[in-house]
Ligand binder design. Structure first.
Ligand SMILES: C[S@@+](CC[C@H](N)C(=O)[O-])C[C@H]1O[C@@H](n2cnc3c(N)ncnc32)[C@H](O)[C@@H]1O
Length: 316
């Protein structure tokens, strides 16, 4: 097990951000962010994840908070041995920080294409675009914009737990990889939830929120065993997996909420009224204090990492 310590030194006012995020002011279309979703009743287990809750404030916040995902993205890229001259597809690239890093690795002879379903984040990724780096709106389940065998490497960093139709996505990835091409994925494992997810659930229960606690911080994560099985079933070989643990430090509850809201593109506590939301966050703040150390609030996060390759000769 690898433990990576990431000290998150927030270089902006987490408090101001959280106030925007929490009040729903972030949504230029009005109250869609906090009020329009129907309240999922207790006992509902299917996560409702919407791609229409993103906003300029959330996208800009992710561009800063996403430094946590960037750190383990670099680990994923290292596992894939991405090399100069290679053609790489970053699926669910968000605002493109990791894709821009990979563009430096592949150099002028290589190519990086970043796709993401959220247009605001694609716009931000485009501001990082260079000659060998392009960003487009797209999703894992539909890679029809790309020809068969057109990439050496495809990766999804902190994305697979958002992908609804995973077998379809893996089929598409298999198709666009060249024979011998490599796949890298990391994914939230619901058998081993992040510490913050457990604390949010506790806070929702304590605040008696009318929403099933697991839906306050939704995810379509899968276990490490399911992940490797799905990758093998799609036809990949040489499947390797491991769970990695990360330790993130946050200065206060507002920073935790800002990170959770922007990473879930607005799905964190979606469908909870502003008053209930404030109660959950107040309780969460109290629960988080137990985790405070000299560097801040210290939370462990776990991800299943998997790598695999497309066989050199495809089965008949
Ligand atoms: C936590 S962010 C990770 C962003 C980026 N990979 C990084 O390392 O910072 C999750 C991203 O997954 C994207 N996403 C959600 N569903 C997706 C899908 N079906 N296909 C591709 N990307 C998806 C979201 O739009 C969001 O930008």
């Amino acid at each position: 097990m690898i433990i990576t310590k990431i000290g998150l030194r927030l270089y902006f006012s987490a408090h101001n951000l959280a106030m925007h995020v929490l009040s729903g002011m972030s949504d230029p279309r009005g109250a869609a962010m906090t009020h329009s979703a129907s309240t999922a009743p207790r006992g509902q287990t299917q996560a409702l994840i919407s791609a229409s809750l993103d906003s300029p404030v959330l996208a800009a916040a992710y561009d800063r908070f996403g430094v946590l995902q960037f750190e383990h993205g670099k680990q994923l890229v290292a596992l894939l041995h991405v090399a100069r001259g290679e053609s790489v597809l970053d699926i669910g690239a968000g605002t493109g920080r990791l894709a821009a890093y990979v563009a430096e690795i592949v150099g002028d002879d290589g190519r990086v294409v970043a796709v993401d379903p959220l247009p605001l984040r694609v716009d931000m990724a485009r501001t990082r675009a260079a000659r060998q780096f392009d960003a487009k709106v797209g999703r894992a389940e539909d890679l029809s914009a790309f020809r068969d065998g057109s990439f050496d490497v495809v990766y999804l960093n902190s994305v697979f737990h958002w992908v609804e139709d995973k077998p379809r996505a893996l089929g598409e990835i298999y198709r666009v990889l060249r024979p011998g091409g490599r796949l890298g994925v990391n994914c939230h494992n619901p058998d081993h939830p992040h510490e913050v997810r457990l604390l949010v659930r506790q806070a929702m229960i304590a605040a008696q929120i009318e929403l099933a606690p697991e839906l306050g911080y939704p995810s379509l994560g899968i276990s490490e065993a399911q992940l490797t099985e799905q990758i093998s079933t799609a036809g990949f070989v040489g499947v390797l997996s491991e769970q990695r643990t990360f330790v993130d430090t946050f200065p206060n509850v507002e920073a935790v909420v800002g990170w959770a809201s922007s990473s879930t593109f607005g799905n964190f506590l979606n469908g909870v009224s502003n008053a209930d939301r404030n109660r959950v966050i107040e309780t969460l703040g109290q629960l988080l204090e137990v985790k405070r150390g000299p560097d801040g609030i210290r939370l462990e996060r776990y991800l299943a990492f998997a790598t695999a390759r497309k066989p050199v000769s495809s089965p008949e």
